[in-house]
Write a protein that binds this ligand. Structure first.
Ligand code: RIB
Length: 301
């Protein structure tokens, strides 16, 4: 079956330590638990699409190590089309070192490994996947020229193009903006992209308006427990978040994006797709880890 969603992005093995609090610079801190689980923003979003009712293909790289095999298998068992997941010889797989504290906050260090070698040509080789898709999703854990090429190709093909600008370190190249249908940052990413300090709904709206003025069609800013804000040329709409007790917020944004895309290709309206993505993300934060926390369609109300 042809995949309706294509994710071009990263696959990481997540090495997760839980501790009472995050360590300070120079400090050695005794933690409580450790586990290793498949992650990476691209792979997490692909898993979310697959579990939440969409068909999906992944375009990305792993290294020629045991993690690479495990990362690919984790996608295959979800029924994700992995023909475009390639092994880079002599390179490690992407790894994320994650610390989660008792308040469910995390900090993450990423070593790109094979993700850093994903070229525009590698994506171009699978142009048939892009042509057959309805929705194309990118993030920023693979090289910028690859993201730029994919966004432009998605626009050229008339697909719905979603960019999750994570991790964001500053403004996006201006030539990317007109290629994006939905830009989906969290609060800190919205701030990094615009320079607008984002601390509440009003400031999030200002940041979203700035991005729309610059050429993005629609912006969905995810605000954690404060919900999500959709901003477009016609105005803005706030979507309150379901109330849950958070255990681990890793991959909550990925679950939202995958859920949103899966709902769009299932024919839900934009508003219903946002609310669906929020319900999925809310459930994910009650569970530990990246891919293990992502819910299945049958678990959602
Ligand atoms: O968004 C969560 C993901 O960020 C983790 O799975 C980790 O791999 C990093 O890429």
């Amino acid at each position: 079956m042809k995949a309706k969603v294509v994710v071009v992005g990263s696959l990481n093995m997540d090495l997760v330590a839980r501790a009472e609090r995050l360590p300070r610079p120079g400090e050695t801190l005794a933690g409580e638990t450790f586990f290793t689980v498949p992650g990476g923003k691209g792979a997490n979003q692909a898993v979310a699409v697959a579990r939440l009712g969409g068909t999906v293909a992944m375009v990305g790289n792993v290294g020629d190590d045991a993690y690479g095999q495990q990362l690919r298998q984790a996608l295959e068992v979800e029924g994700i089309d992995c023909q475009a997941v390639k092994v880079c010889e002599g390179v490690s797989s992407g790894v994320a070192l994650i610390t989660v504290d008792a308040a469910s906050q995390n900090c993450i260090v990423i070593i790109p490994g094979g993700n850093g070698l994903l070229t525009p040509q590698a994506v171009q080789q699978f142009d048939g996947l892009l042509q057959a898709a309805e929705v194309i999703i990118c993030q920023l854990e693979v090289p910028a020229d690859t993201v730029a090429w994919t966004l432009a190709r998605g626009r050229e093909l008339g697909k719905t193009v979603i960019l999750n600008p994570a991790p964001a370190t500053g403004p996006l190249p201006t030539q990317w903006l007109a290629h994006i249908d939905y830009l989906a940052p969290n609060e800190s990413e919205a701030q990094a992209l615009t320079g607008v300090p984002v601390s509440d709904l009003d400031s999030a709206r200002r940041a979203g308006e700035r991005l729309v003025q610059l050429g993005v069609r629609k912006v969905i800013i995810t605000l954690g427990a404060h919900g999500a804000l959709l901003v477009c040329a016609q105005g803005s709409r706030h979507f309150p978040a379901p109330k849950v007790k958070a255990l681990d917020t890793t991959a909550a944004g990925d679950t939202f994006i995958g859920g949103f895309a899966a709902a769009l290709v299932r024919g839900l309206t934009e508003d219903a797709a946002i609310a669906f993505g929020q319900r999925a993300a809310a459930l994910s934060v009650t569970r530990a880890g990246a891919q293990p926390s992502i819910p299945y369609l049958k678990e959602l109300p």
